[in-house]
Every structure is written in C-alpha cells, then in structure tokens.
Design a protein around this ligand. Structure first.
Ligand SMILES: [Zn+2]
Length: 502
C-alpha cells in the first residue's frame, strides 16, 4: 500500500466509524426520527465512501499547518476541480455562505442576480479548461457533502472580488438606479517586490499582506499546490472554492513571481470582457515572463478587480509593475529597484481615466499614508532587504500621517477595526472589521525551490476576537453569523509537493 492508498483507506475507515457513531448516538432518541437519521447518515457514508475511492483523488492530498490548509491538486482540469471541491468541501460551503452574504448585503441584490450574471455574462467567456475545472469543483463538492451548490453558484462566488464592486456599480449607473448603494472598489493589500542593489543578495524579494474584511479574510487560509496537465506548476495562497489566488500571491515553476495591490476608487467594467479571476489564474499558470504575463492579463480585460500587479522573473532578476486599468494601463520594469503597492495608482492616464475620484495628494488616506511608509521603510533598508526583514515590514505599525506607532487603517499591517475614521475611499465605515488578514513572502532562491513563507492572521501576530468586537460595535451585527476570531499563526514554510507538516 502506498502512502496515498493508506491515506484513502484511513479516510474511509474514519467515515464508516463516524457514521456508525452517529447511528449509535442517535439510537436512544425517538425511534422513527432516529431510523430516518440513520438512513440519511448511511446514504451519506456510502456516497462519501464511493467518492473517496474515485480515481481522480488518487494524486491529491490535504494537510493543515500553522493555521493554513494545504492542498495538492494534480491532473487534467476536471480532476483538479474535483480534488479541490472534494478536499475543501466543508471550507467551500462555509466560505460560500460568508462571501455570498457579504455580496448581497453590500449591493442590496439577491443571489439570483449574481447567478444570472455568472451564467449569462461570465461563463461564455471562460476558457474551456477553467469551465471544466469549475464543473469539477461542483462535482467534488457534491460527492463529499451532497451540496446543493451548482456551477452558476460557484462561478458567481469566484467573481466575488469583481461582481459586487465593479459590475454592480457600473450596472447601477447604466440603469440610473435610484437609491443605489454607494459601492466602491476594494483596496486590498500592502506589497513590494525588490531586486538588485536593494536586496541583501541582489536577487528578487517579494512580500504581500492581504487586506480584506476579517469575515472573508479569516477564511483566506488555503495553500494551493497545483500540478496542472498543461502549463506550469503553481504554488499560491487562496480562498476555498476559488480557482485564482485572488488576493494574489503566487509563484510558478517557470520562474514567475506574482502579487498585487488593488487600485483604490477604480471605476469601470466591460461586460464583454473575460472575468479577472480567469485571467489571473491563466497568467500564473501559463506565463513564463513579464511580457507573457502582461499579454494574458490584457487579453479580454474586463476591468474587474483592477490591480497594480507586482511581478518578478527570477530567471532574469527583473521586476515589474503592471498598472492595469480598463481605459489605460502602464508597465514599469527594472533590474535594479523596488516597486511597492498600497492601493494607489500612479500613471497620470490611469489616474485621470480610471480613478477620477482618487486624490493622490491626501496624506491622511490609507493608500497614501502607507505609500509614504513603504517609501521610507524600503529606503532605510536599501541593500538589506531579505525575507526575514520582509516579514517584519508586513507587520509594521508606523502611521506616517500622525507620525506615531499605532495599528490602524494607515499602517502597512492594517487594523481598521481600531480606527474611528474607517477608510471612506472603500466605503469602510469607522471601526470596520477589516485590515491585514495574512501575509506571505519569498525570494528568488526560495521560488526556485518552489517555496514561500506565510503567516495566517495579522502579520504582526495580533489577534482579532469577534465577540468583544461585536459587543462594542452593534452596527456590524449582521456579520455575527459569519465573523469569527482571527488568531495569528506562526510564519510557516510551504513548498510544492510537500506531503505533510514538516
Ligand atoms: Zn498588525
């Protein structure tokens, strides 16, 4: 018996024992209800038993470490999807509930609206390969849990960064909708990529922390190791049920290192374009150079989840920034420099045409205050930057507007729940439960070995506790069913092909 077979056999034994225990536990209760429950459990166990023996699962596995869930997915697109859906089924169900509730709450649209957008607008332009993967997710999910979610649900869910905050405001404008909610594109993340004389060994260093609501962010804990039939091997962080990294941080076997921060107050959407989550996944899987990456992101650009992409090519030591607006875009590249992001656009044309409301001169705003901090912090450490230093930088609490140490909405490690100001540019009200939810870093040498370090929770190591927060802020009571504690884990190393905790 190989390790995989043992793992599968163990899973089956656990399932059978589990359903037997369930049967036994309930046998004392009302006889008829118990018989019915037992039958349901037996059917579920039989379904899971059959699914666990599915040959598509043979090459896949899952383990947990440091607060992260690592999954290895391998094979053709349908198999990768099936493995994803099966191995992460409980997390997908849970993540879907939290994310869909947020999408409906902010847009005041029902779920049927998002299903329709997914079916009619997004699906026809998704490459066949990713259509098969998305269908596979549904199949794997259903095999494991008997889930009622279908392909339209999963596609709408994959569009969670682009449908509510890009498509809906565009649609509201088209329809001249009265009393439409004031929706703003998100501002996700603090990141940098450095090379040449800026780093300790002259090679590339890349680091990123994900800014989002704690509700979603606490669930953004997957490490995906993907060995696709076509394209390059991928190691990336991600969200259960979503085929792109989506926050984004990833490396591929052909030497590309990828991250981004989102463009604040971006406006625009092209309903005829290709979903961003598809382009981003495709670019990480197929690009082996900065030029190829740029080409894939521009092909069918729909304006969704418009980002400043920070790229590195470990084969050449070159880094780049692709500021990807819809009407305008710009690419900067260098073999000796540092490129940082904290949710601001800088190309005059992108600023004018794609972010008409953004004020690049307001030093008090979260994007600009963090921009100033990146500039001083990176300059102070020129020639010394490595992964260990990057970890510290991701947890930095220096507020350049107030010139003091205080974790808030203006610090690289964001804690907006502590800010009476919130972030008005993103429609994050005062004390919004959001900020930096996890961090990752890597360098050229590590990327060559296909590995990165990651920390779940605030990169500074601070914990967020839901109960006292909700008691102090009843205005966020609607989040109560979904908002959980977000405790920081240790910085943990993950590598491609890793079979278990190391
Ligand atoms: Zn912090």
């Amino acid at each position: 018996m190989g390790a995989d077979s043992i793992r599968r056999a163990a899973a089956v034994v656990l399932l059978v024992l589990g359903s037997a225990a369930l049967w036994w536990a309930r046998s004392g209760a009302q006889a008829s209800a118990s018989a019915n429950d037992a039958m349901v459990a037996a059917i579920a166990a039989a379904r899971e038993h059959a699914a666990a023996n599915d040959p598509r699962l043979k090459a896949a596995w899952r383990f947990e470490e440091g607060g992260w869930i690592y999954v290895h997915l391998e094979g053709d697109p349908g198999a990768i999807g099936y493995q994803h859906g099966y191995l992460l089924a409980p997390e997908i169900e849970d993540g879907f509930a939290a994310v869909s509730a947020g999408m409906m709450h902010s847009t005041e649209r029902n779920w049927e609206f998002f299903r329709k957008a997914a079916h009619e607008m997004l699906w026809p332009k998704i490459d066949a390969e990713y259509q098969q993967e998305l269908k596979g997710i549904v199949e794997g999910l259903r095999a494991r849990t008997g889930s009622k979610l279908d392909v339209d649900d999963i596609v709408a869910f994959n569009g969670f960064e682009e449908l509510p905050d890009y498509y809906v405001p565009w649609l509201n404008k088209q329809q001249k909708a009265a009393n439409a909610p004031n929706l703003k594109s998100p501002g996700n993340c603090s990141a940098f990529v450095a090379t040449g004389s800026w780093t300790k060994d002259g090679q590339i260093v890349m680091a990123h922390n994900n800014w989002t609501s704690y509700r979603n962010g606490e669930r953004w804990r997957i490490v995906f190791d993907i060995a696709p039939k076509n394209g390059h091997r991928i190691l990336m962080d991600g969200f259960p049920g979503v085929i792109a990294s989506d926050d984004d941080f990833g490396i591929n076997r052909d030497g590309l290192m990828v991250t981004e921060t989102t463009i604040t107050q971006f406006e625009g959407w092209d309903p005829n374009g290709k979903a961003e989550f598809v382009r981003a996944r495709k670019a990480l899987q197929y690009a082996g150079s900065i030029d190829e990456y740029t080409k894939i992101m521009l092909d069918g650009n729909n304006g969704g989840y418009a980002n400043d992409w920070l790229l590195g090519d470990r084969k050449t030591g070159e880094i780049a920034q692709l500021e990807l607006g819809l009407k305008a875009h710009k690419l900067w590249r260098t073999k000796d420099g540092v490129l940082a992001g904290s949710n601001w656009a800088r190309d005059p044309k992108v600023l004018k045409e794609d972010t008409p409301e953004f004020d690049p001169n307001n030093k008090e705003s979260s994007p600009n205050a963090r921009r100033a901090r990146w500039e001083e912090l990176l300059k102070d450490n020129k020639g010394k930057i490595d992964v260990a230093l990057a970890e510290t930088m991701l947890g930095d609490h220096s507020d350049t507007a107030q010139k003091k140490e205080e974790p808030n909405e203006r610090t690289l490690c964001g804690h907006v729940d502590g800010s009476p100001r919130g972030v008005k540019e993103w429609e994050w009200q005062p004390y919004y439960p959001g900020g930096a939810v996890q961090g990752k870093a890597t360098d050229s040498a590590m990327a060559k070995e296909m590995l990165f370090v990651a920390r779940m929770g605030h990169p500074c190591g601070g914990d967020f506790l839901a109960k006292p927060f909700l008691a102090a802020h009843p205005e966020f009571a609607w989040e109560e069913p979904y908002l959980r504690d977000m405790k920081a884990g240790p910085w943990t190393k993950f590598r491609s092909g890793q079979a278990s905790k190391e």
